[in-house]
Ligand binder design. Structure first.
Ligand code: ZN
Length: 184
């Protein structure tokens, strides 16, 4: 519990100046908290190290934290998981997205769990807090891409896989409708 709260504190400070991309402009920290909550709801036996990694999963990619810093503050297990799920921001967006699909089958089970919960949260946001400026085609393409990343991660959690399928279905139905309305 102590380590988990430490990770929340660390991530909240690291993300302090960031907002989510939706109109609600939610504080960014809401996202990693949601990701760790999804994991513990679907897989209550999950080790605290993995929950910490879920809370910290964007601090390397988005805040410039380093693997070694996380290892020093937490431990190597936490640091390695966060490193595994971090995109290289030096690459162009499309390349990063392609790499995520490519790398997903080779992730460790812990990283797959974080990856899966991350996609449940991000696809869910397409319903509750759609990123500003995204059109229907972009949103639907995002769900397709998320599904490709999720495919090899499903084996680690039936519960999270079911949550992903349910939310992906709802997001597709909603935005297909919006698209049809806009077209007609
Ligand atoms: Zn994330």
């Amino acid at each position: 519990m102590q380590l988990l709260l430490k990770s929340v504190d660390f991530a909240a400070r690291a993300h302090r100046d960031q907002r989510r991309k939706g109109p609600a402009e939610e504080p960014y920290i809401n996202h990693p908290i949601e990701v760790s909550r999804l994991i513990v709801e679907c897989e209550p036996q999950t080790h605290e190290d993995i929950l910490c990694a879920a809370v910290l999963h964007d601090v390397i990619e988005d805040c410039g934290a380093t693997r070694d810093e996380i290892a020093a503050c937490f431990n190597d297990v936490v640091a390695d998981i966060v490193q595994e799920v971090s995109d290289d921001k030096g690459l162009p967006r499309d390349e990063r997205k392609a790499k995520q699909v490519e790398r997903a089958p080779n992730l460790t089970a812990a990283a797959k769990l974080v990856r899966l919960a991350d996609k449940v949260a991000n696809v869910g946001a397409m319903l509750t807090d759609t990123p500003i400026g995204w059109d229907e085609d972009q949103i639907l393409a995002y769900v397709d891409w998320a599904e490709a990343v999720v495919a090899p991660c499903r084996e680690v959690s039936d519960g999270l896989s079911d949550r992903f399928d349910a939310i992906a279905r709802d997001v597709r139905a909603f935005h297909e409708d919006q698209k049809a309305e806009a077209g007609g």
